[in-house]
Design a protein around this ligand. Structure first.
Ligand SMILES: Nc1ncnc2c1ncn2[C@@H]1O[C@H](COP(=O)(O)OP(=O)(O)OP(=O)(O)O)[C@@H](O)[C@H]1O
Ligand SMILES: [Mg+2]
Length: 466
């Protein structure tokens, strides 16, 4: 079959006419993909030869611009890129086919790359062109998280989960874990896009940015409106991994968990549609707060999951302490417990221990008080500015209590606290990763995480005001 194609190339003059290009592409597709060009693909190839835009192609055919530009076009360019071993797009298609034809005329046996070569070249193109890491941190010291990495792998690689949310307190390691995980799985995807939502892009801007990264040639110089449907179409026709870091930035403050900031409500629709619609891709969200859509989708579909990230295990933290040359090993578990394994807190505290205690954790633990580094205080200041009065009241009450309290105890002890409000506020605090639940005698009791307790005691517990 390949020899027939090479013959076709050799008999075709350079600077091809459209009919010759059509014949050539059909023969290549037949040889390599066992198919011919479809009618809409032929429309695109003809339009490309004529140098007209997708708008004009749509106007002169029965197909919509969306269909041609978002669905048929990307697939056609992708197939040709794979077969020819270099990135083919609307803007370079003529040049590539001309070059391809010339190499055939010169009798080059490499005009069509071998399957293995194609795979290699296609992978290189994919890595260079289709992976956008944005502000993802460099891979740095990373310890533990074996169970988390395995679970993410199962959900995303094996079960083809569509929406995953990693949530937990600031500094717990969500960004680091996602970065580490993305590195292990990136080659499974046609496209990878990492974006922090910290600067709160609007949905149309975000959609445009994604498409500009995935189809730079197609989007060049265009400032068209882009919407969720176009992204979903992409998620359907390609296997994409979209990682949105700092997703809590688009959530609203001063309310129970999960509400979106004003003007950002469409993110909720976006995440809902990502979770509900059938497609081949995955959106991974990192957030300090569990997103409302995740809570709902987790119950209704097996394609949405979330994981509340807890602290490092003793094994992982031990590696960190060894790396940082700390001593006083008998006190390492206590230090870990004090900061609940929060890697940001541990990284900050170990600098203090090096500076003030010559790296000896045992000496530091003799202080018998929780030191709250400024960065952790700032994270909690932000969190506290976002919670409701009632949630704050419950945290203060729990901080004053010397033991964990059940729902009924809280209602008994806090005047004017009604059952409905109490349940909603406690669920909200859990999803904001500010309280921990313990199960005792078939009842759930709630308590503050150690760092949060220290913060509340320091800033609120005496008079209820910061
Ligand atoms: N498994 C790990 N091993 C070693 N260091 C880690 C690990 N996870 C996180 N860190 C370090 O801890 C710090 C905080 O991690 P990271 O930024 O990922 O937290 P985060 O949960 O994303 O916080 P935020 O909510 O503020 O975005 C970083 O300096 C990171 O390098
Ligand atoms: Mg982060």
């Amino acid at each position: 079959m390949l020899s027939i194609v090479l013959k076709a190339i050799q008999t075709t003059p350079s600077c091809m006419e459209f009919e010759q290009a059509l014949k050539l592409v059909n023969e290549i597709l037949l040889a390599e993909k066992n198919r011919h060009l479809s009618d809409p693909e032929t429309t695109i190839l003809r339009g490309t030869w004529q140098g007209i835009s997708y708008d004009e192609m749509a106007a002169g055919s029965q197909y919509s611009i969306n269909y041609l530009m978002r669905d048929v076009g990307p697939n056609l360019w992708r197939s040709l890129s794979e077969i020819l071993g270099e990135k083919v797009s609307k803007s370079n298609c003529r040049t590539v086919l001309d070059r391809y034809q010339s190499s055939g005329e010169q009798g080059s046996k490499t005009a069509i790359a071998s399957k293995e070569e194609k795979r290699k070249i296609s992978r290189t193109i994919t890595q260079q062109t289709y992976q956008h890491w944005g502000e993802a941190p460099d891979l740095s010291l990373f310890f533990g998280r074996v169970a988390e990495l395995q679970t993410l792998d199962r959900w995303i690689r094996q079960e083809k989960c569509r929406l995953v949310c990693l949530w937990g307190m600031g500094g717990m390691g969500k960004t680091a874990l996602s970065r580490q995980f993305a590195e292990t799985i990136k080659d499974e995807f046609d496209y990878l896009f990492w974006r922090s939502l910290g600067d709160r892009p609007s949905i149309p801007d975000l959609c445009r940015e994604i498409l500009q990264r995935f189809e730079p040639q197609e989007m060049q110089g265009q400032n068209r409106d882009c919407d969720i449907s176009q992204i979903l179409e992409y998620l359907r026709t390609h296997r994409c991994l979209l990682i949105f870091d700092d997703a809590d930035a688009i959530l609203q403050g001063s309310d129970r968990f999960g509400g979106y900031a004003e003007g950002y409500e469409t993110y909720g629709q976006f995440f809902k549609r990502v979770g509900e619609t059938s497609h081949r891709s995955c959106v991974l969200l990192n957030s300090r707060e569990k997103l409302r859509e995740i809570v709902l989708l987790e119950n209704s579909t097996e394609f949405a999951h979330s994981w509340e990230l807890q602290g490092l295990t003793l094994e992982a933290a031990t590696k960190l302490f060894v790396e940082k040359k700390l001593t006083g090993q008998q006190s390492w578990p206590d230090l870990l417990g004090l900061y609940q394994g929060n890697p940001l807190a541990l990284n900050l505290i170990l600098v203090t221990i090096q500076n003030f205690f010559n790296g000896d954790v045992a000496q530091y633990m003799k202080i018998k008080a929780t030191y709250l580094p400024a960065e952790i205080t700032n994270i909690l200041h932000e969190r506290f500015a976002q919670i409701s009065e009632l949630e704050r009241g419950i945290l203060i009450h729990l901080a004053r209590s010397d033991r964990a309290l059940s729902l009924l105890e809280l209602i008994e002890q806090m005047s004017k606290l009604e059952l409905d409000d109490a349940i909603a506020a406690i669920e909200s605090l859990q999803r904001r990763s500010l309280i921990a639940a313990k199960y005792r005698d078939r009842e759930t009791e709630f308590t503050l995480k150690a760092v949060v307790r220290k913060y509340v005691t320091k800033y609120y517990a005496t008079n209820g005001k910061p």
